[in-house]
Design a protein around this ligand. Structure first.
Ligand code: C2E
Ligand code: CA
Ligand code: CA
Length: 407
């Protein structure tokens, strides 16, 4: 998802757009004043003065029509620019802010047409008030989004992000088979923020695309360093794989598969040591894009795991259509499997089915020996959880691996 909104400051006297210009963007006035006029020179006629919270040039968002009036900043003005390109996607998939904006624009247009056709001379105050409130809400959401986007961007540039690595062990001997890269945000003011609190925001603002690239690049360079240590300490032993989370929004972004492929190739890491974790939502919402993205990356030799399996759609029928190698059983089933027979049966069924389909399995969230034993009895391939190890900063994991590789 591209960023669709950003801030822009313009000085007093700047012409934002002229009558007849092609219109591509709309603007929300954050502070300042914009004068809307028709005609130029002696024939210039002022038709509106718009202040904070109002939209300028909104027609550009829904029609490829030239500007019907000019817009001039009369004082120093700060604008939120809303990019039209974002609206080219189907409206039902559009961002919630966009949906609200479109709703308001459509309402305004229908008012205008009613007004022009003479069926309504004035909009009742109550409706105007409701509209102002709705618009205030849109503006607050847009401003909130923008703030988060700025913070995430700063976090990438600084960088305030870090990857921790959680070992994934073979169930039969508890030796390390791989590790998952998990993002952490070290905010100088708020401290360490867990991904549960920022990944969704990153997905909503589209920043996940850049963050995902950063994570892939960083995880692969950390892995290359880890491999050197491994080969020195454990010569001849199979090198662990590195598992990296990829958001659905990231994979379906146009051109992103090529960028991710380039990162993988440039890293020099053997592709058969790389596992990408995707969620079921990718396959359900956009199976065509998902298939082509997965096949393109698969052609490089990387493996794919379905993360949080069982939580989303629990649809088993699509599995054979996608080039998947591993199922990760969601931790909620593992937590409940000993005291809730449904979860227990579900875990057993998923593991058996995966085995029938020739897929490897990872059980997440193993916190007790009892869980470990049961999953072992069910034939699970790998396990991941606090019982074995928590996610560790890279250097701690490396130090651990120099001393031993079983838990
Ligand atoms: P996930 O991919 O399902 O990752 C596993 C989560 O379970 C991690 O949470 C891990 O710390 C936690 N976990 C592992 N073992 C146990 C256990 O025994 N008990 C409990 N209670 N928890 C356990 P974390 O690190 O907070 O990450 C949360 C989610 O954020 C991840 O869930 C993943 O969906 C997302 N995420 C993390 N890093 C990235 C990233 O680089 N890119 C993307 N797109 N998403 C990420
Ligand atoms: Ca994961
Ligand atoms: Ca998971």
């Amino acid at each position: 998802m591209p960023e669709f909104i950003h801030a822009r400051d313009i000085a007093a006297g700047t012409l934002l757009f002229a009558e007849g210009d092609p219109g591509d963007d709309a603007y929300i006035i954050e502070s300042g004043l914009i004068e809307i006029a028709i005609g130029t020179g002696d024939t210039r006629k002022l038709i509106a003065s718009l202040g904070p919270g109002e939209i300028v040039g909104e027609m550009a968002l829904i029609a490829n029509a030239p500007r019907s009036a000019s817009a001039l900043a009369t004082v120093n003005t700060r604008l939120l620019v809303v990019r039209r390109g974002r609206l080219m996607k189907p409206i039902e998939n559009a961002d919630p802010v966009m949906r609200l904006m479109i709703q308001i624009i459509v309402e305004r247009l229908s008012d205008a047409s009613r007004w022009m056709s003479g069926t309504e001379s004035s909009v009742p105050e109550a409706i105007q008030q409701a509209r102002r409130e709705a618009f205030g809400e849109v503006r607050d959401i847009a401003l909130g989004r923008l703030r988060i986007e700025r913070e995430l961007r700063r976090a990438i540039e600084t960088p305030q992000f870090e990857l921790h690595y959680q070992p994934i062990v073979s169930m039969h001997d508890r030796s390390i088979a791989g590790y998952e890269a998990l993002m952490r945000w070290n905010d100088p003011v708020k401290g360490q923020i867990s991904p549960g609190n920022f990944i969704v925001l990153a997905e909503e603002t589209g920043m996940i695309v850049e963050m995902g690239r950063w994570a892939l690049k960083k995880a692969l360079s950390d892995h290359a360093a880890m491999v050197r240590i491994w080969q020195r300490c454990w010569p001849g032993k199979k090198i662990p794989f590195v598992s990296i989370n990829i958001s659905s929004g990231q994979l379906i972004e146009p051109g992103e598969v090529a960028r991710l492929s380039a990162i993988i190739v440039d890293s020099g890491v053997e592709p058969d040591q790389i596992k990408l974790e995707v969620t079921e939502s990718l396959m359900i919402h956009d199976p065509e894009s998902a298939t082509s993205a997965l096949l393109d990356l698969k052609a490089l030799g990387v493996a794919f795991a379905i993360d949080d399996f069982g939580t989303g759609y629990s649809s088993l029928s699509y599995l054979h259509r996608f080039p998947i190698d591993t199922l990760k059983v969601d931790q909620s089933f593992v937590f409940n499997m000993l005291n809730d027979t449904t979860s227990g049966r579900l875990v057993r069924t998923i593991l058996h089915m995966a085995d029938d389909l020739g897929l490897e399995t990872v059980a997440e969230g193993i916190e007790t020996e009892a869980h470990f034993e049961k999953l072992c009895a069910f034939g699970c391939t790998y396990g991941q959880g606090f019982l074995m190890a928590r996610p560790w900063p890279r250097f701690d994991l490396e130090a651990m691996l120099e001393n031993g590789i079983t838990w």
